[in-house]
Design a protein around this ligand. Structure first.
Ligand code: GDP
Length: 344
């Protein structure tokens, strides 16, 4: 650890020392550093995250492998009530349970359009003002890969800053939920009450990723439909192989408006955390996740280098045209580009 630490700039040493004192200002500065595209910033960021991972490991060794933070992924279609839920759930955690909570958002829409589904509204007003909470709006720059990559590092920073519960939110419309599932301990799908027709299109892929499904808006006139939706998701899970032998996915309902059952959602998540920690499965899952992220980084870095390589730049449009015309096969095209890249 000390050798990595010595490679840091004085300014970053100070930030790193500060973050362990749970300073929000230092946390924000470090997040800015890891989101920076400057190569020198990236090099420092890599060291910082490594040092913090080492510190987390030391913490876990001392505390019987209890992780320092619990990471919750929340996904669901637009309008399901994600921000209302996170506001109610987060406030329950900070006020009633006296926990420190961080909320990070991944917004796939911002990548495509530059605008955002998550960010345009004023979201989580109460939680944003809560001294025990840290709400980080989604970054709107870069690729989805870039945004998710910095989010997985931001989780490590938040953990170091003493946030015990880290919520990562994303809209369940694309690839981002897979990336989120790979960086959290528990993946939750939040859905609105639905009727039979709407459930026909129940997205299999995202259900398979889920450890817990919560049917929101179980209040007033929507209550019967919420009950129906719970039953439908329960039967969907019955037909599916569980992600782990240690946990059968649970389906609950709640109301983020009346706050009914918000405590039950937490109770179930906590059950998951206990079961997965005691069995050693959580530790295993996290180490697998880190390996997955290593490969994600490699893929992204290689693609960046390929696209920025001047020798290949002229060749790419030529080869692309040949592939489109059916002159050469996609596989031959790919190997031609890669050969040229490796030789340059
Ligand atoms: P998001 O797009 O998933 O973040 O959804 P929002 O949190 O913005 O909520 C979408 C709409 O659903 C808003 O009008 C909320 O007031 C409403 N809503 C959210 N939670 C509940 C709930 O528990 N019950 C009811 N009746 N409405 C809710």
């Amino acid at each position: 650890q000390s050798t990595l630490y010595e490679k840091l700039d004085d300014k970053n040493k100070q930030l790193l020392d500060g973050i362990t004192n749970e300073s929000r200002v230092y946390l924000s500065r470090l997040i800015t550093l890891i989101e920076s595209s400057r190569e020198d910033h990236q090099a420092q960021a890599r060291l910082i995250i490594s040092i913090l991972l080492q510190r987390s490991r030391e913490f876990e060794l001392k505390h019987d492998y209890q992780p320092k933070s619990f990471r919750i992924g929340v996904s669901g279609p637009p309008g399901a009530g994600k921000s209302t839920f996170i506001e109610a759930f987060g406030t329950y955690l900070t006020n009633t349970l006296n926990k420190k909570v961080a909320v990070l958002a991944i917004d796939p829409s911002s990548v495509r359009t530059g605008g955002s589904v998550l960010g345009d509204k004023t979201r989580m007003v109460e939680l944003s003002k809560d001294p025990k909470a840290y709400v980080r709006p989604s970054s709107t720059r870069g690729t989805l890969g870039g945004i998710t990559k910095s989010t997985s590092d931001t989780i490590v920073l938040c953990e170091a800053a003493g946030y015990e519960i880290i919520i990562v939110e994303t809209v369940g419309v694309g690839q981002s939920e897979v990336a989120v599932e790979e960086m959290v301990d528990i993946f939750m799908l939040l859905v609105p009450p639905a009727n039979g027709d709407e459930l026909q299109g129940l997205k299999k892929g995202i259900v398979e990723l889920s450890d817990i499904v919560v049917v929101n808006k179980a209040d007033g006139e929507l209550l019967p439909r919420a009950r129906f939706t719970v039953a439908e998701y329960m039967s969907a899970f019955k037909m599916q192989r569980p992600k782990t032998e240690f946990w059968k996915p649970k389906v609950l309902s709640c109301s983020s408006l009346t706050k009914d059952n918000i405590d039950q959602v937490w109770k179930t998540m906590n059950e998951f955390k206990d079961t997965m920690t005691k069995s050693g499965e959580l530790r295993y899952k996290r180490s697998e996740q880190k390996q997955t992220w290593m490969w994600r980084y490699i893929e992204e870095e290689l693609m960046n280098r390929l696209h920025n390589n001047k020798n290949v730049a002229d060749l790419i449009p030529v080869i692309e045209a040949q592939v489109k015309d059916g002159n050469i096969s996609p596989s031959l095209a790919s190997s031609t580009i890669i050969e040229k890249f490796l030789k340059s």
